[in-house]
Design a protein around this ligand. Structure first.
Ligand code: AMP
Length: 126
């Protein structure tokens, strides 16, 4: 499967230090930072440092160490932001992909949203 990666996307620029971000967590293979236009009290984006377009790209082609690091980074962000089920009231994790998923930035990211009740997952017809 061919996943074309555009290294001029905004998250690639963040990873190269070309534009600023508000970092929440950095690990060997992952970076978490605050969404520039938060849609909830907690809105953090978690990205792998590797050049992956989407979650399926990452899941199919990333190495084991990257996958473990990324998964644990997501857990750590949830803990740090106080939205885990053990210490908080939950969250929603979203990863948009491609045109139908309405993905704006073509570098894999999961949105961690929380801090308030988020409503149903999809708006009718949305
Ligand atoms: P998506 O539609 O899933 O690709 O979402 C992209 C997200 O990136 C949106 O929620 C934007 O608000 C966010 N975003 C765009 N540029 C930046 C930036 N420079 N720093 C942080 N978040 C950004």
């Amino acid at each position: 499967m061919d996943y074309a990666y555009d290294d001029q996307n905004i998250f690639a620029k963040i990873l190269r230090g070309e534009i600023p971000n508000t970092t929440v967590l950095e690990t060997s293979h992952s970076l978490a930072f605050r969404d520039l236009y938060p849609q909830a009290p907690v809105h953090v984006l978690v990205i792998p440092k590797g050049a992956y377009v989407s979650y399926d790209h990452f899941a199919a082609e990333a190495g084991d160490a990257e996958i473990v690091d990324y998964t644990r980074a997501i857990a750590e962000v949830c803990r740090m932001e106080g939205v885990t089920l053990s210490a908080g009231e939950g969250f929603r994790m979203i990863s948009n992909a491609g045109d139908h998923g309405v993905q704006e930035v073509p570098h894999l990211h999961v949105h961690i949203l929380g801090g308030r009740p988020l409503g149903r997952m999809l708006a009718k017809g949305g």
